[in-house]
Design a protein around this ligand. Structure first.
Ligand SMILES: [Zn+2]
Ligand SMILES: [Zn+2]
Length: 171
């Protein structure tokens, strides 16, 4: 891992990548599990937006929300990975791998206190930008719509039907 980013004067946004997540996994494994946890496949997902992370211990897959961690940053990325690793640690010992008392105990040992839940999950990102052809009023939506502009007519009127301007890139 290079520490070049730490020398920047400003606070540059650190992009949440699979590589960064893998580095956290490796160092957390050494730090808290004597390096004994099996390697996992890690995915940083643009589609996982309702939760910070998920683990499938049987298939050794960890999926992390990109939007959540871009919002909360690398320290929280490390927290999420560590949380998922405790699930894996229990699973590897053939113990129930949910949020059991032993899970909580380990959570405290590793310094995550009782952080069982993720921080507030940001709203689902807007995906579409629509514009009224008449008054140019713009709306951003999460799904496709088939309605007309309420500023131009209180009831549905195809003349003022919102037109798709563009699809917004999901972050
Ligand atoms: Zn959990
Ligand atoms: Zn309008």
């Amino acid at each position: 891992m290079t520490h070049a980013a730490e020398m920047e004067p400003a606070d540059p946004p650190i992009s949440i990548t699979k590589e960064l997540a893998e580095e956290f996994f490796t160092s957390l494994n050494q730090q808290h599990f004597e390096g004994k946890l099996p390697a996992c496949r890690i995915e940083v997902s643009a589609r996982l937006v309702r939760t910070a992370g998920k683990i499938w211990p049987r298939t050794r897959l960890i999926r992390l929300s990109r939007s959540y961690h871009e919002l909360y940053g690398p320290a929280e990325l490390s927290n999420t990975i560590l949380h998922e690793m405790i699930h894996l640690w229990l699973f590897e010992q053939n113990l129930p791998s949910g949020h059991t008392p032993l899970f909580r105990q380990k959570l405290q040992e590793v310094g995550l206190d009782n952080r069982m839940k993720a921080l507030p999950v940001p709203p689902r990102p807007y995906r579409y930008l629509y514009r009224c052809p008449t008054c140019r009023y713009e709306v951003q939506t999460r799904r496709k719509i088939n309605s007309s502009c309420g500023h131009c007519d209180r009831v549905y009127n195809p003349r003022h039907r919102f037109r798709l301007v563009k699809q917004l890139t999901e972050s």
